[in-house]
Design a protein around this ligand. Sequence first.
Ligand code: ATP
Length: 234
Amino acid sequence: MLKVSEITAGYGRTVILQDISLRVGRGEVVTIIGSNGAGKTTLLRAISGLVKPTAGSIEFDGQRIDRLPPDEIVGAGLIMVPEARQLFPVMSVRDNVLMGGYHPKVRTGMAQRFDEVLDIFPRVRERLDQMAGSLSGGEQQMVAIARGLMAKPKLLMLDEPSLGLAPIIVQQMFDVIDRICKSGTTVLLVEQKAFHALKIADRAYVIENGQIALENTGIGLLSDPHIKTAYLGI
Ligand code: ATP
């Protein structure tokens, strides 16, 4: 479904990603782990069209997307939930969630979709009239994912959804992501919380210094000696 082939990308003259290749099959949950500054967010930005690769190609659903503007990539069904949620804090939870459904390609059936999405997030439903900025970190993350689901993603990319959340909330967050995956949405998950993220992954990649250092099944990486010491603290 998604095929990233040998891309190089960065900011100005600074090269961050070098020769990165990865693939995500339909229905798969693929995780990317890596430490701070490894280039995980830059990779998601490159796939979303926010950073233009200087070499290589990106295909989605059989179509080359690396030269398309971000709104056309969204229209193709590739949706990113950004790191640190990026909600509109002085708008209601309702409006923040609905904002995800405004692309012309997904606008029809918005009310029904809104209801279906809220079924996944009962806590969000309870708080629809509250300002988004007044929610807890975990609740805000749920709103950000709900907004992403409103866009009918064929592939949902989640950038560090557990960032800044208390351990008990992190577990709830991964339970929700697991449910979204099991309902048939293809997911590309970027995380530093390697244990949880690998547990729910069909396959996973490790990014180190802007390059793919390892690739395996989620379970395979959980038992890999390098991953155990470098990412799991075992
Ligand atoms: P983290 O887990 O800390 O978010 P990451 O793996 O997502 O890290 P990136 O955010 O992709 O890493 O950053 C990779 C490198 O790119 C870092 O060295 C960062 O300083 C640099 N970088 C990120 N955004 C920009 C930018 N807009 N301009 C210049 N350099 C940037």
